[in-house]
Write a protein that binds this ligand. Structure first.
Ligand code: CDP
Length: 253
């Protein structure tokens, strides 16, 4: 949708007071569920997401098994109460798409050849949605996989950048600004959104989607911002895992 709302002012200040290259607040907690092999609770702005990992375990039904490697099955689900208009429960085209791209991204990073014929199930439940839930879900999944002790090349992390419009003083639409981590209004009324996921040690891209239009220069700028955002979030993931590990050690002592 084209911007008819002032999403950013002349000084680059956004509706929620953030600057162009600032993330929303992020809180990550690892190991929140007792029955899962690994889990994570993540808050990202107004998003609240839980990821639970089960496996590696025998893939069922058997015809889904790959004799050479494990399959990674991510299932993204939005709770009916997570959005303003109640969402019809169950899978829809959007959740199937997000599940598919998330599974493909995670498969690139998990050392699947160590577990032939197995399945690694990654359940992502969105409890509260406020734009950017696929990035929040994948970031939580990365922590939950690490918490489960699944061997991986790296801990995957996701973040988006996008373009939002701006009005000048006469209320005329003028160009647009590339900014990090679109909020709800920005996502609804902005011009473009570019979610990515990476392996943070090498900056290898494991997911890249784009909604809307960007010029080549804007694309490069947005990609650079999203990469930097990923690096910032990667630190928070590792801190959460260390906190979890330390609390386990303290309990044992
Ligand atoms: O969440 P993400 O940005 O990854 O995906 P999207 O398809 O671009 O959705 C953007 C936002 O729209 C979501 O985060 C929700 O806040 C909202 N949404 C909604 O209100 N109702 C839906 N059925 C789906 C999404």
């Amino acid at each position: 949708m084209k911007s008819d709302k002032k999403l950013i002012d002349e000084n680059g200040k956004r509706l929620d007071g953030r600057g162009p290259d600032q993330l929303r607040n992020i809180k990550i907690e690892a190991g929140v569920l007792h029955r899962a092999d690994g889990s994570c609770y993540l808050e990202w702005g107004g998003n609240k997401v839980i990821a639970a990992v089960y496996g590696p375990r025998e893939a069922i039904p058997k015809h889904t098994q790959n004799p050479l490697k494990a399959i990674v099955k991510a299932r993204y689900n939005m709770a009916a109460f997570s959005v303003d208009d109640r969402k019809r429960p169950g899978p829809d085209r959007r959740s199937q798409e997000i599940s598919k791209v998330t599974s493909e991204a995670l498969e690139k990073i998990v050392l699947t050849d160590q577990f032939p014929r197995a399945a690694i199930d990654v359940n992502i439940e969105v409890l509260d949605a406020e734009a950017g839930t696929r990035c929040a879900g994948l970031t939580a999944a990365g922590v939950a996989l690490a918490d489960a002790g699944i061997p991986m090349r790296d801990i995957p992390v996701a973040c988006a950048a996008g373009k939002i419009g701006a009005e000048n003083n006469d209320g005329m639409f003028s160009g647009g600004f590339v900014v990090l981590d679109l909020g709800k209004e920005e996502d609804n009324f902005g011009n473009a959104d570019l979610p990515i996921a990476i392996a943070p040690r090498t900056n290898d891209i494991i997911l890249l989607q784009m909604d809307g239009h960007l010029t080549f220069d804007e694309f490069e700028h947005a990609l650079d911002l999203a990469m930097k955002g990923c690096q910032e979030i990667s630190k928070l993931q590792k801190e959460a895992l260390l906190r979890r590990y330390k609390s386990d050690v303290e309990v044992e002592e």
